[in-house]
Every structure is written in structure tokens, then in C-alpha cells.
Design a protein around this ligand. Structure first.
Ligand code: ADE
Length: 242
């Protein structure tokens, strides 16, 4: 059997109907998570690609734990992370409803200075980790296809992660100043990136912008999550696996 491609999200709504669409599923519970192995086509398809799908829950530790299991236990050949993010660019070109496909990820809350440069991953000597070019290009084209005919735009650039939900203009402005190139902020991508980097496994990340990480974010995020996240994820993954 071919090595599975892993698809993960932080929350159930962010993975859309992917699990429901899988054939011949086997669910394995490890460390409080359900890993669903299956295929997007029936057994008559000799070339069918195995997928392993998991909802990781929120934050960098949850994401790192899940990514590690996907690689070590299930032999994932690559990891695709999908979900929501706060739009961060100072120019406000990244609007609610737009999508961002990461070209690189970094941990905005990692600070071992003065022992190591601020935001650098200690003893790894890197701050930003690049996503896989081919997988990301596939995500960009799926994002474009799935938003065609809507007002949503697809951006490519840096996504930053940290263990905070950013929900104030003050925090948003501070992050914009520290990370002028960042287009989005979320809570998992850079953790997946570090685990994948350390294992030499390709990864890619696509985020739909649910809020602007400002004083309204705690209102905008839950309403986007219940109303828009699942259909958007479904459309993106349908286009990605077409
Ligand atoms: N995911 C979606 N919106 C976010 C925000 N404002 N901060 C952190 N993670 C997010």
C-alpha cells in the first residue's frame, strides 16, 4: 500500500466533509486523537491514494503531537494542514474570506533571547521554515478553483503561529511591526512545520481568513467557524483532490 498523505486541521469544522467522503476507513485512537485512514476512491481504483485524516485540536503542542504520530506511526509521506487564520498584513489586503497559502511559517511567540536570537528555533538555527513548493502550488490552484466567482482572493506568503488567539488591535499592531511580511496568524502551522522539517517530510498549509486578529476577532472567528469554515474546507479539499 502507498504511504498515506496526511490531512490535518485544528477543529472538526476546518476539515469539512473529508472524513465522510473516505472509502474503506480504519480509525485508530492514539493519545486522545482519532486518526482516520481511508481512500477517496473505491477499491476498484488500483492507483488510489491512501489518506490519513486527523483533527489535532488547538495550539502548537497539539499540532506537534499529531504531526509526530502522523509521521512516525502512520508513515505519512507529506502533511497538508487546513484551517482558519487571522488576517495580519498592515495594508489590510488580506480580508475576511480570503485564503492564504503559506510559503513559510514561523513561531511568533518563541523567544529564548538572549541565549538565542528571538524567534529562532533553539539549536536548529532557523526562524522561518519553508513549505513544500509543489504541494503549496497544488493548494493555491485548489484555493483559486474553490473560490472562483466569489470575492475571495488567494494570497501566498508568511504565516506566523503562536499559542495565543490574537484578538486586540494592540496585539495585532505589535505582530505587524515585528513581522511585516506576515499575512496571517494562527496557532498550529509552525509547529507542524518544525516537526516536518525535523523528519524531512514535506508540508503545506492553507488558511481561510476568519477575522482580522483585532478587537472584533473573538466575535468574527466563532461566527465564521460555524457558518463558513466547513463548506470552504469541503470545497478546497474537493478541488485539491480532483
Ligand atoms: N485563527 C483564526 N483567527 C486567529 C487569531 N485571531 N489568532 C490566532 N489564531 C487564529
Amino acid at each position: 500500500m502507498n504511504a498515506p498523505l496526511a490531512v490535518m486541521a485544528a477543529l472538526e469544522q476546518e476539515i469539512g466533509d473529508l472524513v465522510a467522503r473516505l472509502h474503506d476507513t480504519t480509525t485508530t485512537h492514539i493519545a486522545k486523537r482519532a486518526y482516520v485512514h481511508g481512500f477517496l476512491t473505491p477499491a476498484s481504483d488500483a492507483e488510489r491514494q491512501a489518506l490519513i485524516v486527523c483533527v489535532a485540536r488547538v495550539g502548537k503542542v497539539a499540532a506537534a503531537s499529531t504531526a509526530t504520530t502522523l509521521i512516525q506511526h502512520f508513515g505519512a509521506r507529506a502533511i497538508v494542514f487546513i484551517g482558519l487564520a487571522g488576517g495580519l498584513d498592515a495594508a489590510q489586503a488580506v480580508r475576511v474570506g480570503d485564503m492564504v497559502v503559506a510559503t513559510a511559517v514561523a513561531q511568533h511567540d518563541l523567544d529564548s533571547s538572549p541565549l538565542f536570537p528571538k524567534n529562532q528555533i533553539p539549536l536548529l538555527g532557523v526562524t522561518q521554515l519553508a513549505t513544500d513548493t509543489a504541494l503549496s502550488a497544488r493548494l493555491v490552484s485548489a484555493a483559486r478553483d474553490s473560490t472562483a466567482g466569489t470575492a475571495a482572493r488567494v494570497h501566498e506568503g508568511l504565516i506566523i503561529s503562536g499559542d495565543q488567539f490574537i484578538h486586540s488591535a494592540i496585539a495585532q499592531t505589535a505582530l505587524q511591526a515585528a513581522w511585516p511580511a506576515a499575512l496571517g496568524v494562527e496557532m498550529e502551522g509552525a509547529a507542524v512545520g518544525q516537526v516536518c522539517f525535523e523528519h524531512g517530510v514535506p508540508f503545506a498549509i492553507a488558511r481561510t481568513i476568519s477575522d482580522r486578529a483585532d478587537d472584533q476577532a473573538h466575535v468574527d472567528f466563532p461566527s465564521f467557524l460555524t457558518q463558513v469554515a466547513a463548506p470552504r474546507a469541503t470545497a478546497l479539499l474537493k478541488a485539491f483532490f480532483r
